[in-house]
Design a protein around this ligand. Structure first.
Ligand SMILES: Nc1ncnc2c1ncn2[C@@H]1O[C@H](COP(=O)(O)OP(=O)(O)OP(=O)(O)O)[C@@H](O)[C@H]1O
Ligand SMILES: [Mg+2]
Length: 404
């Protein structure tokens, strides 16, 4: 059995981890570390009752912060699993229990279609950003509001005038610019605006693709069958080029025609339902099949952040820790010149905050942490942007050729 001293040392180390994770806003890791810290505290508490009440209280507060930040998505997922295991434990539902999930409203959701388990294709989003979290993209937010977030009255008027509602959005742009993040925010905003629960299904298209002829079609069918169980659903398919490469580019690939045909057929049925929205994302829109693209009238480019937007990100994320020897304007200029994407800056800022924290004397408060110019220059060497000039050029050409 561990000695009390060992336990205390472990607890102090884990608590430091918690603080670091909170500081760099890695709430998922912070939550795990808090759980670990609570376990240790429980052990300590057995031997020194009540002495650690204050420590418990502060962990509780941290935990609440993590839960709030991680958003409801993760918790709902956790509740589903809990519900399921409860059912398994008391044996109240033995029939096909591995194939069924229980959603928040208690509805049983079928997840297995033939021998295909659709959950294998999904990515579970751990956060639900809102439009306020999305820095920039104001025009794109407006397009979504005007076309996809209609009041019931407006929707009825459109129907009366026989204006077809839109149901297919394509987001395209360089890696890490925020396509997935934007799609998640669309789901949050539509849910807020409609007051209905919207099931956000995030599909990783590369997982759907199967090299055996006919299997990709089966997977696509299973996904669309799955969506039918929900009243309001957003089907988000990331890396859609994996499935919908143009016929010319995929020529010679056995079964590719069948994949596109199945997809288009199912999409047709999907879009006939007013409560469904299909969002696809890609880095390479110029590779997509033209018949598939022609179904989509809302194509939004998600660009790299401009200097002005970078300034806002810096201000929001690390502004208060920036040393006076480097201004926000200068840092934004540096990042812009190296074409940093939102993902690139997220990783860079995390590293910069950690560097500042490491340099902070043990007893100094976090508010005194400073990111120096040297840390910035070193950080940019350690975390260069993922920018590719040739990819950017292809996107520029696509944009020029597709002015709609
Ligand atoms: N407009 C934005 N404002 C603030 N943060 C953003 C924005 N866009 C992206 N981010 C941050 O950058 C991260 C990466 O973005 P995301 O994963 O959405 O990129 P992506 O375009 O989908 O990349 P990929 O092409 O590789 O799939 C997000 O998790 C988010 O934290
Ligand atoms: Mg993405």
């Amino acid at each position: 059995m561990a000695s009390l001293n060992d336990l205390k040392h472990s607890y102090i180390a884990v608590k430091k981890d918690v603080e670091t994770y909170l500081f760099v806003e890695d709430y998922a890791s912070a939550k795990k570390a808090i759980e670990e810290a609570v376990k240790l505290l429980n052990e300590i508490n057995k031997r020194e009752p009540h002495k650690w009440d204050a420590a418990f209280e502060s962990l509780k507060k941290y935990y609440a912060v993590c839960k709030a930040k991680l958003g409801e998505a993760e918790l709902k997922q956790y509740d589903k699993k809990k519900d399921l295991s409860k059912k398994k434990e008391d044996g109240s539902d033995n029939k096909g229990q591995d194939d069924i999930l229980v959603n928040e409203s208690g509805q049983e959701i079928q997840t297995k279609f033939g021998d295909i388990d659709v959950t294998a294709f999904f990515d579970v989003a751990s956060s639900h950003p809102t439009f306020d979290d999305i820095i920039g993209m104001e025009k794109e937010k407006d397009i979504i509001r005007d076309n996809f977030m209609l009041s019931d009255a407006m929707r009825k008027k459109k129907e009366e005038m026989e204006i077809e509602s839109e149901s297919f959005i394509l987001l395209y742009g360089l890696p890490g610019t925020g396509k997935t993040y934007f799609a998640q925010a669309v789901a949050t905003e539509m849910e807020k605006a409609s007051g209905n629960h919207i099931e956000f299904l995030s599909v990783v298209s590369t997982r759907v693709k199967d090299s055996k002829v006919g299997h990709t079609e089966k997977n696509i069918n299973a996904i669309f069958d799955y969506t039918k169980q929900f009243e309001h659903v957003i089907l988000f398919m990331d890396e859609i080029d994996a499935l919908l490469t143009s016929r010319q580019l995929a020529s010679g690939e056995p079964g590719h025609e069948g994949v596109i045909a199945t997809f288009l057929q199912r999409l047709g049925g999907f879009s006939a339902n007013k409560n469904l929205l299909f969002i696809a994302a890609t880095n390479t829109p110029y590779k997509l099949d033209s018949a598939a693209l022609s179904r989509c009238s809302t194509r939004l480019e998600v660009p790299l952040p401009t200097k002005e937007l970078l300034k806002i990100s810096i201000q929001r994320k690390i502004g208060s820790y920036l040393h006076e020897e480097i201004s926000i304007d200068e840092l934004a200029g540096l990042l812009e010149s190296k074409h940093y994407s939102n993902r690139d800056i997220k990783m860079l800022f995390k590293d910069l905050k950690l560097q500042a924290l490491k340099a902070l004397p043990e007893d100094a408060p976090v508010s005194e942490a400073r990111i120096t110019k040297e840390m910035v220059l070193q950080g940019m060497l350690d975390h260069p942007s993922a920018y590719s000039a040739s990819e950017a050029e292809k996107l520029r050409q696509y944009r020029e050729e597709n002015k709609y």
